[in-house]
Design a protein around this ligand. Structure first.
Ligand SMILES: NC(=O)C1=CN([C@@H]2O[C@H](COP(=O)(O)OP(=O)(O)OC[C@H]3O[C@@H](n4cnc5c(N)ncnc54)[C@H](O)[C@@H]3O)[C@@H](O)[C@H]2O)[C@@H](O)CC1
Ligand SMILES: Nc1ncnc2c1ncn2[C@@H]1O[C@H](COP(=O)(O)OP(=O)(O)OP(=O)(O)O)[C@@H](O)[C@H]1O
Ligand SMILES: [Mg+2]
Length: 368
């Protein structure tokens, strides 16, 4: 493994726990078992965001990477990469006869029928704000939730939460990834009075990170314990009970589209997490007698080895790992490209970042 001198000791312990939920590369696995992830996004205005997200999923290591987008975006996204499966299934006001009278469930049904074949949805990258599209995506979210399909919500997908928080309230298999501005909009929509990272004020002696963490916890709690990653100079992650900060160094260029590396990475990590809990392989850990839910229990699972981790712990760990990978991609890409760095440069760094931060799990037959 390459040296990771910029990662603190506690981060090293956490990455060793993340490695436990990465499936080893084994001859017995068949296509699809290491992850089937679909990004729902891509419209007439934005084709880059869903592409970056889906490519991050693929480069991190999922087997199948889908994009479900609006018709006008499909050929464009296909032309970026033959590796992605692109489905022009999202309707918009331009493609339905009467945007004011639509049969939402009929329009959502081709997407809903894919859910049984998918492990994870990433909803929002480049989705746009068309009213018809958003209504159909809200319907897909309800169906995904009723089938316990985990999802990541970002960008325009977060608008749906602002409009109807009940779509996600209390759903534990869900990660929201607001940037500073989106965080501010979410707290406003939910009527809670907490500052986003850029609004936090500290008096001498007060700890800024604690205040940021409290704010993130409050948003999570207002949504019934949904996991929130508030992106910024460092990423603050909370499920309302336990919080964790991701402060691995990133790059200094703030080009658009870096959030898409995060959502795509989270897609694959969530698929691997499902495989871990489904016991796709023997992780070598002892069974856990009791599921962790309190802060002390989750922290104990994060700090000690040898025992299988609970879903609350692995969700937090996946969120933290996705953030770490993205920031490491950004650091590497910035080192290579300086101020010319673009979002696509992060895509090229996903595998190297995975290897340096997490590394192949024991048992992986990568050197055939
Ligand atoms: N290549 C692409 O196709 C890209 C598409 N994108 C899509 O573009 C759509 C709109 O996304 P936006 O993020 O622009 O959202 P918004 O249109 O809501 O704009 C957010 C605004 O906040 C500003 N901002 C961001 N961070 C800030 C901070 N820390 N402090 C102060 N201001 C800050 C940004 O400059 C931006 O003007 C989404 O669908 C998104 O997925 C973006 O992800 C960028 C890349
Ligand atoms: N000031 C900063 N210093 C270091 N890293 C940052 C900073 N701001 C954001 N990041 C990192 O950049 C990544 C994307 O976060 P950002 O806030 O740019 O999201 P976004 O605005 O949604 O991006 P996108 O353009 O993809 O929509 C995250 O991994 C975050 O940790
Ligand atoms: Mg964004």
């Amino acid at each position: 493994m390459e040296s990771v001198h910029h990662v603190s000791t506690s981060s090293k312990i956490l990455f060793s726990k993340v490695r436990k939920i990465v499936p080893p590369m084994l001859e017995r696995f068949h296509k699809g078992q290491l992850g089937r992830v679909a990004v729902i996004g891509g419209c007439v205005d934005y084709t880059g965001a869903p592409y970056f997200s889906a490519m991050a999923s693929a480069r991190l290591g999922c087997d199948m990477s889908h994009v479900i987008c609006e018709r006008s975006a499909a050929s464009v996204i296909k032309s970026y990469s033959p590796n992605l499966m692109v489905h022009p299934l999202l309707p918009s006001s331009e493609t339905v006869q009467n945007p004011n009278s639509i049969d939402v469930s009929a329009l959502a049904s081709p997407i809903v029928s894919m859910l049984s074949r998918l492990h994870v949805l990433v909803i929002g990258p480049g989705l746009g704000r068309d009213g018809v599209t958003l209504k159909v995506v809200a319907e897909v979210m309800k169906e995904a939730r009723s089938r316990s399909v985990p999802f990541v919500l970002d960008a325009d997908g977060l608008l749906l939460v602002m409009e109807n928080p009940n779509l996600v309230k209390g759903y534990k298999e869900c990660i929201l990834t607001p940037n500073v501005v989106e965080f501010g909009r979410l707290v406003k929509a939910l009527g809670i009075q907490v500052p986003s990272q850029d609004q936090v004020k500290v008096t001498p002696g007060e700890d800024r990170t604690s205040k940021e963490t409290e704010a993130c916890e409050e948003l999570s709690n207002a949504l019934g314990g949904v996991t929130v990653i508030q992106k910024g100079p460092h990423d603050v992650i909370s499920n309302g009970v336990t919080s964790i900060v991701s402060d691995i160094p990133g790059g200094l260029k703030r080009s658009g589209g870096q959030g898409d590396t995060l959502t795509g990475s989270l897609g694959t990590l969530l698929a691997w997490r499902s495989a871990y809990h489904d016991r796709l392989w023997d992780s070598g850990e002892q069974d856990n007698v009791r599921e962790a839910s309190t802060k002390a229990e989750v922290e104990s699972e994060l700090e000690t080895g040898g025992k299988r981790m609970s879903p609350a712990t692995t969700l937090l760990l996946v969120a933290w790992a996705g953030s770490g990978i993205t920031r490491e991609c950004s650091r590497r890409a910035f080192q290579a490209k300086g101020r010319s760095m673009q979002a696509s440069d992060l895509t090229d760094e996903v595998h190297g970042s995975f290897l340096s931060l997490i590394g192949e799990p024991s048992g992986s037959k990568v050197n055939l």
